[in-house]
Each structure stands twice: as C-alpha cells, then as structure tokens.
Ligand binder design. Structure first.
Ligand code: URA
Length: 210
C-alpha cells in the first residue's frame, strides 16, 4: 500500500475553503469537484495507454490514448458521488460502477447496501472515490471487494485522510496493489470518528442535509 499526498498550492487553497464551516453547499460541491480533478491528475499518472498513429494537419505522427480494458471508477455512495464528475472529466472513457456503503455511527463498522459493477475486474485499473479516509473500515471493505473481483491495480482518491485510516489500510491491505492519493493527512480522529481538524461530514456538507 502506498500513500501519496498531493503537495500543491492550489490543492491547499481549495482544501482550506472546504474546511471552513462558512463554505456553503454549492461552493463546497464546486471546490470538491475541482480538487478531485487535481488529485485525479496525480492519481492517473500510471493509467495504461497504448500507442496510436495519427495525422496532424501538418504530418503523420504517433501518440497515445487510454487503452483497454477501460479504467473503472467506483464512487462509494453517498459522498463519493460528489467526486465522480471531477474524476471522469479526466478519464472520459472510464466505466463507472457504484458501491453503496454505510457505517454504523456507534460501532463505526461499514456494511454494503448496494453494489453495481462488473463481476470480473481482472486486468482492470480501478479508481475508488471516497472523500474521507477516517477509520479506514469502509475503504478497506470496498477495496477487498474489488480485489475479490480480480482488480489488480486499485487507487483510492480521498480529499482527506486520518493517520488511523492509513494505518488500518497498511495493515489490512499489506502487499496489495493499492495506492491512496489524498490532499492531506490530518492529525487524528475524534471520539465520534470524525477527522480533526477535518471538514465535518462530507456528505452533509455536499448535499446540505443533516
Ligand atoms: N466521514 C466524514 O464525512 N467526515 C469525517 O470526518 C469522517 C468520516
């Protein structure tokens, strides 16, 4: 398991506004979308391509295009949905699957309530979208499901991560072909499982619900 923190002033600027409690939902959604696109640029550094021959208005040359099988993007519902557009903007040929997961607010244990993706993911590069890597339980369960289906290259994009979540992933997914790309690793989790300083409940901040 590898972790990559994207160190860039635009990432830090957008993240700071996302953290600010005065940022309203429309602004939060727009900034989260822009931040995902910046993270996606780093997360897709190893996306598979193939050579193609093309003709420019001037001459013939060769270049690359995204190769088959198509990458799969899997937002974890609900909050991961707010990251989807920012991701597929850079990967327009990607296929999109869905994983509906919810964590029990008392036990903090995740359970799956919806799955929509190909049964066979062998040879696929998969990009999982989950804004908050908190305890890590949800992301570990999601990635284990992807690996069970044959995924051999999994990248998780998270707006924010807690050290506890990174540690759990390193323990549970040791040796697995998994990378986490995030804008920051915060201090810790509080007693309610929220990231500190964090940005609150990402789903509520995106969708304005309680
Ligand atoms: N999920 C969130 O939305 N926020 C946190 O801080 C932790 C988990």
């Amino acid at each position: 398991m590898q972790t990559h923190v994207v160190d860039h002033p635009l990432v830090a600027h957008k993240l700071t506004t996302l953290r600010d409690e005065r940022t309203d939902s429309p602004t939060f959604r727009r900034l989260a979308d822009e931040l995902v696109t910046l993270l996606a640029y780093e997360a897709t550094r190893d996306v598979r391509t193939e050579e193609v021959d093309i003709t420019t208005p001037v001459t013939s040359t060769s270049g690359v295009r995204l190769s088959h099988p198509r990458p799969l993007v899997v937002p974890i519902l609900r909050a991961g949905l707010g990251m989807l557009e920012g991701m597929v903007r850079l990967l327009p040929t990607a296929e999109v699957g869905f994983l509906g997961m919810i964590r029990d607010e008392d036990t903090l244990q995740p359970s799956t309530y919806a799955t929509r993706m190909p049964d066979d993911l062998s040879g696929r590069q998969v990009y999982v979208l989950d804004p908050m890597l908190a305890t890590g339980g949800t992301l570990v369960a999601a990635i284990q499901e992807l690996i069970h289906r044959g995924a051999d290259d999994v990248t998780a994009l998270c707006l924010l991560a807690a050290p506890e979540g990174i540690d759990l992933m390193e323990r549970e997914l040791a040796g697995a072909p998994v990378r986490v790309v995030t804008a920051a690793i915060d201090r810790r989790l509080n007693e309610h499982g929220y990231i500190v300083p964090g940005l609150g409940d990402a789903g509520d901040r995106m969708y304005g619900t309680a």
